[in-house]
Write a protein that binds this ligand. Structure first.
Ligand code: GLA
Length: 716
């Protein structure tokens, strides 16, 4: 009999597995079990880590002995539910000069139930990011059942201070609401069971402050995100010994996976970063990592675009589209995107009631096809993009008539429609092929298409696959998302440079799994500039500006009816990937001039906004204005945004302390995208970085919906 609560750890160097980045360190030990000794700021003397943590939990816990919150819970093929994971070996390989992969192999101690687990830690040195994912395989006679199969877990010892959790709650047109709370004893779970839109109710990400309420620029913060478009969970379990265990992975609700012998089950990546510079530092780490390694072509500048949805919704024809293309080009847009409504003949897509699934061009609206308008755009000197929603079908469609068995549905139970549509069964290889062929066909037949907006407008309900056998019904959620990623992988091989935007009724798929294949996400169907100040502020905690689509729309706003000045709308949209969501043929001359100069200006500042480091300076939640800035890598240029969010008299000048500048250098500050009013009522021709960071700039955006944008340029 063995009792292993607090085993003595052999701290000799040979027994440790250090996974280090520039400023952070994860240390595991590899006695019989692999244990986590430490995750936090890099420390010189690794042996000292035992002073920080009193007991050393397994790095990947399995259900067997005293574990009640195990990362891995399963039934072996003979029904035995106990698994003890023993260390076998660990191998470190260099992926590139900056990135290392540590693969730790474990096996089930009970040889009657052969099963191996690989823990795969990938460390990104310069970005201070570590990701972990798990591979599970077995050689038992029959299939095993995975009841819970997390991607990874971490433990933190409670110091003499509280742990505070930050997470992001969403709804349609109301994405990324920041929530903060103190973690108490017991279990706190954030999760989604949507099945195909991991960010629709809560985003699969969090920040955990280890020393009281999270601060922007100081304090120890861990940020985490799960790269998964399906159901997920992230749990925080604090025990009586003062340990907090953080686990994340696929949500196993209705998803006890049946794994056949020798089939390799791979979990999504759990992405982690540690910052001692508060939430700001954690965001910058994630953003750099995302641009360098995760978001598709993350280092490339994104084009500006006009998306037709709010401009015309379903109401267009060839002439209208061509007019919009010309008008978009006239104001200096790089790309025109035709949204929903271009397909379906017998079931024409003139509203959201029919046509989904019938991906043939609507001959009445566009008699000369997509190719004609895509080529027309090309002739006008503007690129062309198209909307699709290929995972879905309207019951009123030819596709549904032909393949009613392709829909996720319970036999004998009425299917729930949402937005008059149903979800296709991606576990079915025929459906997977259909979706691939649909999108691949559109892109192959219309080579002038350079952008796809891929939407997903409803959750999975009636979780049953007509394709899967009865004993494998619970494989549906995992198989669905794996099929989705396989489709994207194949499309990427054939069309490497087509820009993909992920959208799920807005920001429902703003997450790092799909961003591996997509350049950007639609942040929200809510384009109200004031709401966007808050929403984009929150989104920026986890996701980089290059991926965050932000569009200028009309006033009054279609969602909130709020009236805002055009300059405010432009300035807010310019802090992300700038675009428009309106009918450009309806712009007044004055508006067209303002938008044209904004697009011209954005071309100059896009490298700093899309590729620079973000500093959130003044929170819209704490003041009556908000301010943020982007600084390029050399600290030679910066763009500073300021937005009034709540008009009140007095307090006209806000001394906004800047960040991220070179303290030793001098900067010239100019207001750009200027209106008649000068928002910086001092001459700022030569101000030191040190002064700007210590004392700040007196910015005046006190008026209703006033905003300002400044460029800082380092003097030689
Ligand atoms: C979703 C998207 C919108 C638009 C419509 C089209 O709601 O979020 O941007 O594409 O679908 O039906």
């Amino acid at each position: 009999m063995t009792i292993i609560f607090w085993p003595k750890i052999d701290l000799s160097e040979e027994n440790l597995i250090p996974i280090a980045t520039k400023n952070s360190l994860l240390i595991l030990s590899k006695d019989e079990r692999v244990r986590q000794l430490y995750y936090g700021e890099n420390i010189k003397n690794w042996q000292e880590v035992t002073l920080l943590q009193q007991h050393h939990p397994e790095a990947y816990s399995s259900h067997s002995e005293w574990q009640k919150e195990a990362a891995l819970e399963l039934s072996h093929s003979d029904g035995n539910m106990g698994t003890v994971l023993e260390f076998v070996d660990s191998v470190v390989e260099s992926v590139d000069d900056n990135c290392k992969r540590t693969v730790i192999s474990l096996q089930n101690k009970n040889q009657n139930n052969p099963l191996q687990v690989k823990l795969i830690y990938t460390s990104y040195y310069a970005e201070d990011v570590i990701t972990v994912q798990t591979e599970i395989v077995h050689q038992q006679e029959k299939a095993i059942k995975l009841h819970n199969y997390d991607s990874g877990e971490l433990c933190f010892t409670k110091r003499n201070s509280e742990f505070h959790l930050t997470y992001f709650q969403s709804d349609w047109a109301d994405e990324f609401n920041i929530q903060e709370e103190k973690l108490g004893y017991g279990k706190r779970v954030i999760e989604s069971k949507s099945g195909n839109r991991s960010g629709f109710d809560l985003n699969p990400s969090f920040m955990l402050s280890l020393d009281g309420p999270a601060r922007e620029n100081s304090g120890e913060v861990i940020a985490g995100a799960l790269a998964w478009s399906g159901a997920w969970h992230c749990s925080f379990f604090t025990d009586n010994w003062g340990m907090t265990k953080v686990k994340s992975g696929i949500n196993s609700y209705l998803a006890h996976y049946t794994l056949e012998p020798n089939e390799v089950f791979t979990t999504p990546e759990f992405i982690l970063t540690h910052s001692k510079d508060g939430k700001g530092g954690a965001s910058r780490n994630l953003h750099r990592w995302a641009r360098n390694y995760q978001v598709y072509q993350g280092n490339r500048l994104r084009p500006t675009l006009l998306n037709s949805w709010e401009g015309v919704y379903f109401n267009f024809d060839e002439e209208k589209v061509c007019d919009m293309i010309r008008a978009s080009k006239n104001v200096g847009c790089d790309l025109f995107v035709l949204d929903d409504g271009w397909f379906g003949n017998e079931f024409p897509r003139n509203d959201d009631k029919m046509g989904l699934g019938d991906w043939q061009v609507n001959r009445k609206k566009l008699p000369r096809g997509i190719n004609y308008i895509a080529n027309y755009a090309e002739e006008q000197g503007i690129k062309f993009g198209l909307w699709v929603e290929p995972e879905m079908v309207n019951p009123k469609s030819q596709l549904y008539k032909d393949h009613p068995d392709w829909v996720i549905s319970h036999p004998g139970i009425e299917i729930i429609e949402a937005r008059q549509q149903l979800v296709l069964d991606l576990a079915n290889p025929a459906v997977k092929e259909f979706i691939f062929e649909t999108v691949n066909g559109i892109l192959t037949d219309n080579p002038a298409i350079s952008y796809i907006k891929w939407d997903c407008n409803r959750d999975i309900t009636n979780e049953n696959s007509p394709y899967l056998s009865q004993d494998k019904q619970q494989n549906l959620w995992y198989d669905y998302i794996q099929s989705l990623y396989e489709i994207y992988q194949r499309l990427r091989q054939n069309h490497p440079d087509v820009i993909f935007k992920t959208c799920a009724a807005g920001g429902g798929r703003a997450e790092y799994g799909i961003l591996k294949y997509s350049h950007e996400f639609w942040t929200s169907d809510n384009t109200d500039a004031l709401r966007r100040v808050f929403m984009q502020w929150n989104t920026s905690h986890i996701y980089p500006a290059c991926a965050m689509a932000a569009h200028i729309s009309t006033s009054p706003n279609h969602q909130t009816k709020r009236v805002t000045p055009l300059k405010y709308r432009i300035d807010v949209a310019m802090s992300g990937r700038l675009g428009m969501e309106l009918n450009p043929t309806l712009l007044s001359d004055e508006e067209a001039v303002a938008i044209k100069s904004a697009f011209k200006l954005y071309k100059e500042i896009a490298p700093i906004v899309q590729q620079g480091d973000l500093y959130r300076l003044v929170s819209p939640y704490q003041h009556n204005y908000a301010s943020l800035m982007y600084v390029d890598e050399q600290k030679s240029s910066a763009i500073l945004f300021a937005y009034n969010v709540h008009h009140k008299w007095g307090n006209c000048f806000y001394h906004t302390k800047l960040e991220g500048l070179d303290a030793e250098s001098y900067y010239v500050i100019e207001e750009i995208n200027c209106s008649e009013k000068n928002h910086l009522e001092i001459a700022a021709n030569r101000v030191s970085g040190e002064f700007l960071m210590k004392h700040g700039l007196p910015i005046n955006v006190d008026g209703h919906f006033e905003s300002a944008v400044f460029k800082l340029t380092k003097l030689a």
